[in-house]
Design a protein around this ligand. Structure first.
Ligand code: BG6
Length: 499
């Protein structure tokens, strides 16, 4: 397959490996894993001798491949493939048909793993419900599939990593009974986003930021993920999860650790993760009596987005009409250390908001003295905004003089788009699959990190335990009760990504 090589293709090539997907008939495989593997192959980031082995039940290889092909058409139409190209890719794919509860399936899988160029490397991707992870790890261990004598053996799991501290610990114990921690790759696709990784590069390769990156200059920080989509037929999961577990405990808290961490001694997986965990340990748990003051929870009602009518959360298929599950959540955290003492970190996310925007907003303290107040229009606090998506890039919001004879101020925004060309931005799954295959665990969560983050979330969940009702917001609206109070005292208040 020939394609113009863009800069994202310049990563380290992977060794040929067996890429095993448990749950290969599911949505994640079609939407994300297969398109990413195809793109990696085209870039030379996936070794063409690699094998993709789908483990699933009740399908023939032919019907499975047909569904993958249709999946690409639907979810990754940017991949144009002629027949010959598809044949090259599908020629790398096999299935192992069987039930993951049965030992025979692992025996068949063992037989299907190929020795390629003298090694039998394998990545096992668990695209299955989390309550199967322990069983799969046990099955792999029992049949000797996790043994690394013939090549690496790495297991990838998706969030949620538990539903609270206790279940997270249980899951870690189950996995660690069968696997070494270094074999476990807990994927958080937010960390695979180019602009999130770029945050570390901005912070630690530019000397102008570091002197400002602390409580002396920063007023507060907002880390957000607004979505316009709803729960997309995932009521079963979402009803139990809610926005706090779904987005804050995982993605946004991970981003917070990157914003707040100290420079690591080297850019290696453990050095970075050691610094991230220090941040989580320093987050002040929200006391029960402060949960009301330091969090906002709400649920979308019916409304309009982009002119189209949208139903309420409780009217979604599979959602209880009495549901008090939050689809919007915000929490104000404090990090008790020298760098961040007293600086609020406000993490917020919501579904069915007017737009899909994810940002990290660093708001600086306001100018100490207003020299230009002649027109009653004082200078505003500066802000540095990292746009995670869409339009990945950085914007610095400054005050400037409005051209003319008076000294009026205007807001001037200096923008630096992240990539010159959209094609240079890799999909998070491409980045993360490549990292697993090359053994770079920097962007994956370690067991201790997961447990620390639940320690922060658990008190909020406990305080909400008896929640029978919840505030509503209209789908497609930024009017969320309690947000102004939550950001009280924060320079310029809630940053709604309206532009
Ligand atoms: C997932 C959540 O992890 O992230 C979803 O389960 C959410 O509810 C999604 O929609 C958001 O990811 P992205 O990359 O679209 O911001």
């Amino acid at each position: 397959m020939v394609e113009t090589v863009s800069r994202r293709c310049l990563g380290e090539p992977t060794e040929p490996a067996n890429i095993v997907i448990f749950g290969a008939g599911g949505d994640l495989t079609k939407r994300k894993l297969i398109p990413s593997l195809i793109k990696m192959l085209r870039c030379g980031l996936l070794h063409p001798k690699s094998r993709i082995i789908g483990v699933l039940k009740g399908r023939t290889e032919e019907t499975w491949l047909e569904s993958l092909y249709q999946g690409i058409r639907t979810y990754a139409p940017e991949i144009s493939m002629d027949k010959a190209q598809w044949q090259t890719f599908s020629g790398m794919c096999r299935i192992v048909s069987g039930d993951l509860k049965q030992d025979e399936t692992y025996v068949d899988l063992d037989a299907a793993l190929e020795m390629i160029d003298g090694h039998c490397h394998a990545m096992f991707y668990c695209a299955v419900p989390p309550n199967w992870y322990g069983m799969i790890a046990t099955g792999l261990k029992k049949m000797g599939l996790s043994d690394e004598t013939a090549g690496f053996r790495r297991v990838v799991i998706e969030k949620p990593f538990g539903m609270d501290l206790e279940s997270a610990k249980k899951l870690n114990r189950e996995l660690q009974t069968s696997l070494d921690e270094s074999q476990i790759y807990r994927i958080d696709h937010y960390l695979g986003k180019e602009s999130v990784q770029n945050l570390l590069v901005y912070r630690f390769s530019n000397s102008i930021l570091e002197p400002l990156w602390n409580r002396n200059f920063i007023d507060h920080i907002q880390i957000s993920a607004a979505e316009s989509i709803g729960i997309e037929y995932r009521a079963n999961y979402y009803e139990k999860s809610g926005a706090l577990r779904d987005m804050i405990q995982s993605h946004l808290m991970q981003v917070m650790t990157l914003v707040a961490m100290e420079p690591p001694v080297e850019f290696t997986a453990d050095a970075v993760r050691d610094e991230k965990i220090k941040v989580l340990r320093a987050v002040r748990p929200i006391e029960t009596e402060d949960v009301k003051k330091q969090t906002v929870a709400a649920q979308y009602g019916a409304g309009h987005i982009g002119g189209d009518p949208v139903k309420s959360y409780v009217a979604e298929e599979g959602v209880s009409p009495e549901s008090a599950t939050e689809t919007f959540v915000a929490a104000r955290f404090y990090i008790d250390n020298w760098r961040w003492q007293g600086v609020p970190f406000v993490l917020w996310t919501g579904k069915r908001l007017p737009r899909r925007v994810s940002e990290i907003v660093i708001r600086f303290r306001k100018p100490p003295f207003n020299l230009f107040d002649v027109q009653g229009n004082p200078p505003l606090a500066n802000a540095l905004v990292f746009r995670v998506h869409p339009d990945e890039g950085i914007a610095l919001r400054m005050n400037a003089k409005l051209p003319g004879l008076t000294t009026e101020l205007k807001r001037s925004v200096m923008r630096a788009p992240y990539a010159e060309d959209e094609g240079d931005i890799s999909d998070a799954y491409e980045v993360l699959l490549h990292d697993v295959l090359t053994g770079d665990a920097t962007l994956f969560s370690r067991a201790d990190e997961v447990e620390e983050s639940w320690k922060i979330i658990d008190p909020i969940l406990q305080a909400w335990e008896d929640k029978l009702s919840i505030n509503r917001y209209q789908a497609g609206s930024w009017e969320i009760e309690g947000m102004d109070e939550l950001l009280s005292g924060c320079e310029l208040g809630w940053h709604k990504p309206t532009y």
